[in-house]
Design a protein around this ligand. Sequence first.
Ligand code: GDP
Length: 295
Amino acid sequence: MLDLLKKSFNKIADSVAEISGAGITIDEKRVDEALDEIELDLLQADIAVDVLDQMREAIKERIVGKKVKGRKEVIEAIKEALVDLLIVPAPAIVPPPEKPYVILFVGPNGVGKTTTIAKIAYLLKKEGYSSVIAAADTFRAGSIEQTEEWAKKLDVRVVKHNYGADPAAVAFDAVKSAQARGDDYVLIDTAGRQDTNENLMEQLKKIKRVVKPHLTIYVGEALTGNALYSQLKTYEEELGIDGVILTKLDADTRGGSAFTVTVGIKKPILFVGLGESPDDLKPFEPGELVEMILG
Ligand code: GDP
């Protein structure tokens, strides 16, 4: 997992550490050369072009001018730089006094939105909160049944209409139902398309206007690669995004997506998906990801 990034950063450490044994202060040129050498590898590891420069500066800031004793110290400095890059303040997801707290989930299809919503419902349940899922993906065949299946397994309520119904109406009904029953959270599943489709964006905007969610979360998969940058940017510009859940990190061998989100788009990653069962959702810990890359 994340092998390419690991290899790249180790190359910098090797290159810089070659001279550090002699107790020489690390100069900028040396670090620039080492970074030049791994630039292509970083791009292949899904580090977006826009992210590269900021990553370069962050690493240089931690190393240039230092007298490091060896390779280990260089690696520690790179780790610190990477953790800094991954930290973006996140909003608290706490239900307000006037329940319910409404969360809108958006993102391309197939990335794991429905599964992620089930995982969130499960997490909330474990914390003692009730939630209702709005099956507002009325576009993809089978999506409503998939939501119902999860809901049955987790013993969570679903509000649904028929396929082709107005997703905003489903979301609205779910909020009304949660208000009537005193539920803590409403989790709104929505349709996605691989390409960002104008009609879809209008539908999502309508949901936002109608239910005014407290939080809009973009669900994206770590495997998307560099396309994640433009996809997320479009959703941010069209709709406004408060945070991101990055799915399928368990299947990602490149590892650059998290940096695209935090450095490229400056959005916090709230959770990461690490598998297909309800328990496979973890709060995002920058330190843990960096340990996965360089530990
Ligand atoms: P949606 O179209 O965005 O609602 O995506 P689904 O929730 O239907 O998920 C698509 C596929 O991705 C399913 O087979 C899920 O089991 C799988 N999936 C979702 N999240 C993860 C994850 O974190 N890791 C892995 N390996 N698979 C996942």
